[in-house]
Ligand binder design. Sequence first.
Ligand code: GKR
Ligand code: MG
Length: 428
Amino acid sequence: MKIVEMRITPIALGDPPLLNAAGLHAPFALRTVVELVTDCGITGLAEVPGSAAVDSVLEESREVVIGADPLHWNRMKASLEAHFQPESSASRGDAPWDQRKVVQVFSAIDVACLDIAGKAFNVPVATLLGGIVRERVPYSAYLFYKYEGAGGDLAFNTDPNASGWAAARQRAALDPEGIVEQAKAMVAEFGFQSIKLKGGVFEPEQEVAALKALRAAFGPKIPLRYDPNALWTVETSIRWGRELEDVLEYFEDPARGQESMAQVRRSVKLPLATNMCTTSFADLPGSARHGSEDIILTDHHYWGGLHASMELASHCRTFGLGVSMHSNNHAGISLAAMTHLGAAMPNLSYALDTHYPWQWEEIIIGGRMTIEDGCVTLPSGPGLGVELDRPALERARQNYLRCGLKERDDEPEMQKKVPGWKFKATRW
Ligand code: GKR
Ligand code: MG
C-alpha cells in the first residue's frame, strides 16, 4: 500500500472565553485536520492543535509521507527522524505551552496511518494498539474560570435561547459559587465521575476555596484534580498543597520543572501529575532521577502519536507511575483517537481530560460524540471509527479564514479584558 495524497486543512471551532494561566481563550480554537489517502482509496484521519507553524512542518513532511507504506509506521518514523532536526522539550522554556512542532507531525501521521491500517484490516485502532481492555473510556469534567459568553460567532454575547449545559457553558464563573454551578451543570449533562479545575487564574487562596467548595458540594466520591499550570513557587505549592491533602485526587503541575516538582512532592502528601515537566522520552531519565511526579499525563499530540503514548504507558508501568491524558480544545477525530488509546492502555489509572464539552460544533459525520456516565464508548467502525462531514469541515475551514488567527495566543485576548496584562511563568 502507498500514500498518494496528503490533505492539510486548518480549521477553527468556536470556544468560550475560558481563563487560564496563559490568559484568555480566543473566540475560536484552532485545529488542523490531516488526511492521508492511499493508492487503494483508503483515507486515514488525524487532528492536531492548530498552528500555522505546525502546518508548515506538515507541508514539509509530504516529502517523506507521499509514496510511503502506511502499514510500516516504524520505517516511516525513522525516515521522519532522519528528515527533521530533533526538538528538545526544553524548547518550551518559560512559554505557557509546548512549542514543539515536529512531534505533532509525527502524531498526525501515526494516527492517520493507524486509521488506514484499521480500515484495511477491518479492526479498530485500539486492536492495533494491542487490543481492547475497556469499551467505555472514562473522562473527567474540566472546569474553567470564565467570563460570560459563548465564543465563536456569538463571540462574547450569550445565546438567550439556550438551556441546560448549553446555557451554563455561557455563564461567567469567577468565584467558588460560579465554579460549583458550572460543575453541577457539566456533571448533570455528561455524568462525569471526576472533576478537574484549571487554575493559575486567581490568587491561590481563592482557587483553594473553590476546590473546598467543590468537595463540599460533591463529597469524597467524586475525585478532584487541580492544575495551576506551574505558576506557583515551590513554597506556595507546599503551603497550599498541604491545605489540599484531603481534598485532591492529584495535584497537577503546581511548580515549574522536574526539580521543583520533586521538592513539592517530598513535602506534600498528594500524588503529583504532569503534562509540563515530563513531556518527552528524553525527559524520562530526569523524571526517574528526581522523582518529579507520580502520574504522567500523556497527550498523543505531543508525545508523537498513539504508539508513542503506549510506549510511555509501558515506561510508567516499569517505574510504578500512573498514566492518564492531558487535553487541549479538540474535535471528534482527536476524541476518537484519545478513546482508542484509553481503550487499549492496560494501566490507564485515571479518567482522561477533555475540553470537548466546551465546543458545540463538529466536523465528523453524526455530529457530537456522546459522553454518558462520564464515558465515551469506543466507536464501532474500523480504524478510528469516525468519518469527515465534508460540509461541516468546510464551515470550520471558513471559520479559520474569517477569524484571522494563525496561532493560539491567550495574552492579547486577556489584554482586551485587562489592559496591560502579561503572562508570567511564575506568578505566586
Ligand atoms: O486550554 O486553557 C487551556 C489549558 O490551560 C491548556 O492549554 C493546558 O495545556 O489543559 C492544559 C493543561 O492541562 O495544562
Ligand atoms: Mg496541565
